[in-house]
Design a binder for this molecule. Structure first.
Ligand code: FAD
Length: 347
């Protein structure tokens, strides 16, 4: 018997797990995949580590929105590095990567970004590994290959026949959550969930470079409103060894690479090998409907009409590391109450 059962070991699920474990709850996180992290996971090809859904974040300056959440959780100890300002940001990012930007997104995601941008050495996986270790160190568990297939009266059942009970936090898309839920849910709530549009998915090209052939950049570059270019960690001599190209409209690796030549002419002849992923790859790995990159539009409460079932993650509010962290705080506030969150975060 656990106090809290978290569905999904994406950033939202892991942050909720860590905060709730720190408040003394017995936490179990169930992840369908073979590794934790969801959109923050990294993969290795030909000895090179590639990030998937994390490149940089804002809000980590002293007193910044993310720093206020990460410092009490010990996450400011991670190897964050200040990056150069992004080229072409924010205007191209708004038009090419996001759905229409709300005032809250502008205030909580874009403005912190303009104050400063941070990368994380080791990529999103560094953050994921720290959160998994924190949950385990506090007596919690993060179990992999646990695909949740149903939720009913506080019991979460998995494909392998195991089941877990407790207060439930779902880090997966609300429509998927209620597709699994067998408890009665009023139709108007489900209609409201169905009315929320999902943001588009992203096509990515992961490139292994010939070392030193292309100049390394710490910040991201937004090109022609159609392509984001990001470099992975450099080698020990500071040379670029990998880059990722991301587009919400181009669906062809060669076309993305040709477009990137416009900014990096040295890229021609410097591509040793490349791999691609499409929105369907994302859907397969994270279960996100249509591989939506930034989740569903609009804000909904972490509290649901089903007693003991809460939501978190990018699909209930803001996306990205900062947005998902704010959602995790909102979810934990519903479960623990204001006082506990104020004590832990001063917020
Ligand atoms: C290409 C791309 C680039 C991005 N770049 C940035 C960036 O530079 N900076 C930034 O801040 N943000 C970025 N983001 C956004 C950021 O990655 C996401 O907002 C965030 O990681 C979402 O976390 P989450 O916990 O809400 O969801 P997810 O990461 O999707 O986690 C959900 C988890 O639930 C698991 N799951 C699903 N169904 C089940 C089930 N039935 N049973 C058990 N487990 C299940 C999934 O496997 C997954 O691990 C990017 C996103 C994309 C796609």
């Amino acid at each position: 018997m656990s106090d809290i059962v978290v569905i999904g070991a994406g950033l939202g699920g892991l942050l909720c797990g860590s905060i709730l474990a720190r408040s003394g709850r017995k936490v179990i996180v169930l992840e369908q995949g073979i590794q934790s992290g969801g959109a923050l996971q990294c993969f290795v090809r030909d000895g090179i580590r590639f990030d998937t859904g994390f490149h940089s974040v804002g809000g980590l300056e002293s007193g910044g929105a993310l720093e206020k959440i990460f410092r009490p959780l010990g996450l400011m100890e991670l190897p964050w590095e200040r990056a150069e300002a992004d080229e072409g940001f924010p205007f191209l990012r708004l038009s090419s990567f996001s759905r229409e930007v709300s005032e809250l997104e502008r205030e909580h995601i874009l403005e912190p970004y303009l104050k400063g941008i941070w990368r994380l050495r080791g990529g999103g996986q560094t953050l994921v590994d720290a959160l998994v270790s924190d949950i385990r160190a506090r007596g919690g568990e993060v179990l992999l290959r646990k695909k949740v297939t149903s939720i009913e009266r506080g019991v979460v059942s998995c494909q392998d026949g195991s089941s877990f009970s407790g207060t439930i936090v779902s880090d997966i898309h609300p429509l998927t959550t209620f597709g699994l839920c067998r408890d009665h849910v009023r139709p108007s709530y489900l209609r409201m969930l169905r009315s929320r549009a999902d943001s588009p998915g992203i096509f990515s090209v992961y490139i292994k470079l010939k070392p030193g052939a292309v100049e390394w950049h710490s910040g991201s570059i937004f090109l022609d409103g159609r392509l984001m270019i990001h470099f992975g960690d450099p080698d020990s001599e500071g040379r670029a060894i990998s880059m990722s190209l991301l587009s919400s409209e181009i669906r062809d690796g060669e076309e993305c690479i040709r477009l990137a030549y416009k900014r990096f002419s040295s890229l021609e002849g410097a591509v040793e090998k490349y791999w691609t992923s499409s929105p369907s790859t994302w859907e397969r790995y994270t279960g996100t409907p249509c591989g939506s990159a930034y989740g569903a539009a609009g804000f909904i409460s972490p509290r649901t009409p089903v007693a003991g079932l809460y939501l978190s993650g990018q699909n209930i509010g803001l996306h990205g590391v900062l947005g998902v962290s704010m959602s995790a705080l909102a979810t934990c506030r519903e479960i623990l109450g204001n006082e506990a969150i104020e004590k832990m975060f001063g917020l």
